[in-house]
Ligand binder design. Structure first.
Ligand code: NAD
Length: 485
């Protein structure tokens, strides 16, 4: 069975696909053949205006229905996504180059989880009652209004839903701008939400680069922006939002530590390092790319890791037996190659990989460096590709200090059999999302987000509700009003 990759039109506004070929063309390039497989156009100012006007028009009525009714729409959308998982996974693979083996279990399914979870709690979002003698205060949990979501390219379906689901559950309307590198998947989320009963205008998708994102977030009709992207973009978006005192959620980059003590279960630690460095060809924000390995387990760890890399199967990501795909774009491949060259030049020991695979397609071998020191560029900068750095350490206090010696603070992980040490380590980590004896799981029930430069606010869990709603406090007098004169 074949599926259409070319979308009906570039944008989804007011409940329908909309085209305006006047916008800058955005080609979608196949990561395997390097050929164009679809084409969309960036939003023109007219398209931006239509999206904003439609969201603004639709939002109040959406907020006025009950949370249970809103939740029903979201849960229906989750069901449709699960029914169409295969088709949506094929699209995600075409958009990103990630193996179908991965996308079948990690992308549309994660979007469905978010819609189901926030659909489930939409009816129980409440304010509270505070008795003050005879008087009382009650609080109303209210929607913020029109929210803008801006996505990165590594999880286009998931990001569109992780932002849309809590926003809509709380009674907001959303305008989502996908990354220009992966413009296809968010359109399907919009189409499915509409099919599930979301009123026109409640979830719009428009395409474009940073200028389109900026046009959205500087519009006075917009109450909030949630960005998933790099720290430099985060700075710009946060500053633009600050101008209008808008709410923000920032899901930004990282350079997370993964600490493996001598007493760790070796097989689990190697699995954690693989998940935290090579899943999605390493293009995951929370990756544990600084792998601190205690001296007593280093030789065994490197031996088993390189052995397990023998099971990597690169190839056409649509082949379900392939477990390692190409990078998302030529540009990203070159960026990662630049980091690998720097690692070699700085004297890190290349243990595995390091090369491009073939002449066509953006394939880079899973790469492992050992003997990496804290000041090497491969240990300080986010690479966002399949490059794992092993750093040596001797004791707990030393490794904790070095793990935290970064401006980032997205995630951190520890592998040890010592339960006390595991909890001491996560208490000490300066990171928003921590793992003990596993890595990189992000269930919708758990808050996800970063500290320090890695972000502001949290996605997922009940926590996200506070980032998509605000409390109105209502003082009710039951007694005569006392005034001084
Ligand atoms: P990016 O920062 O280049 O772009 C992100 C998005 O911002 C894109 O949609 C882009 O068009 C838009 N944008 C760029 N400039 C803008 C501006 N001035 N105003 C408004 N929007 C603007 O990031 P990327 O290369 O697409 O994604 C990779 C980065 O995303 C990595 O740093 C990665 O760590 C991060 N990321 C973070 C998370 C997380 O949850 N913390 C998840 C995935 C990716």
């Amino acid at each position: 069975m074949t599926y259409d990759i070319q979308p009906v039109a570039s944008h989804f506004i007011d409940g329908a696909y909309v085209e305006d070929t006047g916008g800058t063309p955005i080609p979608v390039i196949c990561q395997v053949s390097e050929e164009q497989i679809a084409l969309v156009h960036a939003a023109t100012p007219e398209i931006v205006e239509r999206a904003l006007a439609s969201a603004k028009r639709a939002q109040r009525a959406w907020a006025a229905i009950t949370g249970t009714e809103r939740g029903r729409v979201l849960r229906r959308a989750a069901d449709i996504i699960r029914e169409r998982n295969y088709e949506l996974s094929v699209l995600e693979t075409n958009d990103t180059g990630k193996p179908l083996q991965e996308t079948l279990v990690a992308d549309a399914t994660s979007a469905a989880d978010a819609l189901e979870y926030f659909g489930g709690i939409a009816g129980s979002l409440t304010g509270e009652h505070v008795q003050l003698g005879e008087d009382f205060v009650y609080t109303r949990r209210e929607a913020l209004g029109v929210c803008v979501g801006i996505g990165a390219w590594n999880y286009p379906t998931q990001i569109a839903a992780w932002k849309g689901a809590p926003a809509l559950a709380c009674g907001n309307a959303m305008i989502f701008k996908p990354s220009e590198t992966t413009p296809l998947c968010a359109l399907k989320v919009a189409e499915i939400l509409h099919e599930a009963g979301a009123p026109a205008g409640i979830y719009n998708v428009i395409q474009g680069m940073g200028d389109v994102g900026n046009a959205l977030i500087t519009d006075p009709r917009v109450a909030k922006v949630s960005l998933t992207g790099s720290v430099p973009t985060g700075r710009k978006v946060y500053a633009a939002a600050a101008e209008g005192i808008r709410h923000v959620t920032m899901e930004l980059g990282g350079k997370s530590p993964l600490v493996i003590f001598d007493d760790a279960n070796l097989e689990d630690a190697v699995s954690g390092a693989i998940l935290g460095n090579f899943y999605s060809s390493g293009q995951v924000c929370s990756n544990g790319t600084r792998v601190f390995v205690q001296s007593g387990i280093k030789a065994a760890f490197l031996a088993r890791l390189t052995e397990r890399l023998g099971d990597v199967k690169m190839g056409d990501p649509l082949d379900e037996t392939v477990n390692f795909g190409p990078l998302v774009s030529h540009r990203q491949m070159e960026t990662v190659q630049g980091f690998i060259a720097k690692g070699i030049a700085e004297g890190a020991r290349l243990v595995a990989g390091g090369k491009r695979e073939g002449d066509t397609g953006y394939y880079l071998q899973p790469t492992v460096f050992a003997d990496v020191t804290d000041d090497m560029v491969i240990a300080t900068d986010e690479i966002f590709g399949p490059v794992l750095s092993v750093l040596d350490f001797e004791d707990e206090a030393e490794v904790l200090a070095r793990a935290n010696a970064t401006e980032f603070g997205l995630a951190a992980g520890v592998f040890t059999q010592d339960i006390g040490r595991a909890h001491r380590m996560v208490a000490g980590f300066e990171a928003g999302t921590c793992y003990i004896n596993t890595y990189n799981l992000a269930p919708v029930e758990a808050p996800f987000g970063g500290s320090k430069l890695s972000g502001v606010g949290r996605e997922n869990s009940k926590n996200a509700v506070d980032h998509y709603s605000e409390m109105k406090s209502v003082y009710v007098a039951m007694t005569p009003v006392e005034a001084p004169f």
